[in-house]
Ligand binder design. Structure first.
Ligand code: MG
Ligand code: MG
Length: 248
C-alpha cells in the first residue's frame, strides 16, 4: 500500500532529508586520495548524531555502518573499511537518517582527485538521470514514467541501468511501497498523488547492467568489472514541482 503523507509528516521527512544532505556535504569535503572509507563513515555518523538523528543504515537488515561506500566497480552496499581511496577512483556514498520516526535517503558519486573523462561523463549522466526521473515525478503521471525517464536518458548516452536494485517508497520506514525501478515502459503502475514520498535512485553502469554480490553478502559489483555510479534523492510528490527533501 502506498501511503500519502500529511503536511506534518512531510515536515519531519524534510528534517531527516536535511540531515542526510548535511552528512553528504561533510563527506564531499573529506573525499580525497588517502582517506579510508571507514573515516568517511565516521564523519557521517558523527554529523548525523550531532543533529539528534540516527544513522538509519546501521543495523538495517544487519548492515554494519552508517554509510554504504561503493568504489569503482562496486555498485551499491559497499561496507566501509580500511582501504584508502586513490586518485582516479570514483566513490558512491549512500546515507540514511531517521529523526522523529521519519527517514531520509540520498546518495551521490564523487571523483577522487582527477578522474578519466569517461568516468566524469558517467557521473554527470547519472546525476542528470536522477534529475530526469524527479522531473517525471508529477501528480497524475504514473510510476513507470519515472523509470522510463531515467532509462531512456541513460541509454541515450551509451550506459546501462542496473535492474536488480531499485528505488522505493520511504517514510516511517526506510523501504516502503512502491518499488521504483530505473527501467521500464512509461504509463504503467500506480498514479502519482500529492503526499507520496519516494527515493529515486538510478544506479548506472559504464558497461553492461548485470551485477552480482560478493562473498561478504553485501557489496554489489558489476559483472564486467567496469565502474558504476549512483545518485539518489528522497522526494515528495506535490500539486506542482516535486519537492526534493534531501537538500540542505
Ligand atoms: Mg540510499
Ligand atoms: Mg534508497
Amino acid at each position: 500500500m502506498i501511503i500519502c503523507k500529511s503536511a506534518q509528516e512531510l515536515a519531519y521527512m524534510r528534517e531527516a532529508g536535511r540531515i542526510v544532505a548535511g552528512a553528504l556535504a561533510a563527506i564531499a569535503g573529506a573525499v580525497q586520495p588517502g582517506v579510508t572509507t571507514a573515516e568517511l563513515d565516521g564523519i557521517a555518523e558523527e554529523y548525523i548524531l550531532s543533529q539528534g538523528a540516527k544513522p538509519a543504515f546501521k543495523g538495517l537488515y544487519g548492515f554494519p555502518a552508517a554509510i554504504c561506500a561503493s568504489v569503482n566497480e562496486q555498485v551499491v552496499h559497499g561496507i566501509p573499511g580500511l582501504k584508502k581511496l586513490a586518485t582516479g577512483d570514483i566513490i558512491s556514498i549512500d546515507i540514511g537518517a531517521e529523526i522523529n520516526g521519519y527517514f531520509g535517503d540520498s546518495a551521490q558519486t564523487f571523483a577522487v582527485g582527477d578522474i578519466a573523462p569517461e568516468l566524469l561523463k558517467l557521473i554527470e549522466v547519472t546525476r542528470e538521470a536522477l534529475t530526469r526521473g524527479i522531473m517525471a515525478a508529477h501528480a497524475g503521471n504514473r510510476l513507470s514514467d519515472i523509470s522510463h525517464a531515467v532509462q531512456s536518458y541513460v541509454e541515450e548516452h551509451g550506459f546501462s541501468v542496473v535492474r536488480d536494485y531499485v528505488g522505493h517508497g520511504i517514510g516511517t520506514k526506510m523501504h516502503e511501497d512502491p518499488q521504483v525501478p530505473n527501467f521500464g515502459r512509461p504509463g504503467r503502475g500506480p498514479r502519482l498523488k500529492p503526499g507520496m514520498t519516494l527515493a529515486i535512485e538510478p544506479m548506472v553502469n559504464l558497461g553492461a547492467y548485470q551485477v552480482h554480490t560478493l562473498a561478504d553478502n553485501w557489496t554489489v559489483v558489476t559483472d564486467d568489472g567496469k565502474p558504476s555510479a549512483h545518485f539518489e534523492h528522497t522526494i515528495a510528490i506535490t500539486d506542482g514541482e516535486p519537492l526534493i527533501m534531501t537538500r540542505i
